[in-house]
Design a protein around this ligand. Structure first.
Ligand code: SF4
Length: 70
């Protein structure tokens, strides 16, 4: 539900390479508040798990739903 707080603390942010078309600059990179996402060229974004605070902003922002907590 919209506005519901989801607890992702026991999960890991993962990038689904089958969903990411890897053909553009990843829009989610710039919404991460802690700079945990990086991208080389148009490749799929890479998550720095030491930086990620599991806020979920990138998950909600990716139009391909390629980022998720597992
Ligand atoms: S879940 Fe939040 S902190 Fe982690 S990579 Fe996504 S936007 Fe950044």
């Amino acid at each position: 539900m919209f506005g519901r707080k989801v607890d992702n603390s026991d999960k890991t942010l993962t990038v689904n390479l089958n969903r990411c078309p890897q053909s553009h600059r990843c829009p989610s990179v710039s919404v991460c508040p802690v700079g945990a996402l990086s991208q080389v060229g148009n490749a799929a974004p890479v998550v720095d798990l030491d930086k990620c605070i599991k806020c979920g902003k990138c998950v909600n922002f990716c139009p391909m739903r390629a980022l998720s907590f597992k």
